[in-house]
Design a protein. Structure first.
Length: 78
């Protein structure tokens, strides 16, 4: 069990060492409607370095075939 403690204007929660979280790791805190607090690891946007990257053109250049039929929720082009 962990307990909150006050540090300045913030509350701190100690992460147990057995979780093997590295120092200075970044997390996005999220509080659900039911009060559950989660910490989601921060991930960098792989496309942020090259915003002009054209995924459609890259797929076409690679010769990846696609029948064009949608089978789920993969209609990301709209």
């Amino acid at each position: 069990m962990v307990k909150t403690r006050k540090q300045g204007n913030s509350l701190m929660i100690t992460i147990p060492a057995e979780f093997k979280v590295e120092a200075n790791a970044e997390y996005q805190p999220v509080m659900e409607d039911n009060g559950v607090i989660s910490f989601i690891p921060k991930h960098d946007n792989i496309f942020a370095q090259n915003p002009e990257y054209d995924l459609r053109a890259a797929i076409k250049e690679l010769g990846v075939s696609d029948n064009g039929d949608l089978v789920g929720r993969e209609d990301v082009w709209q």
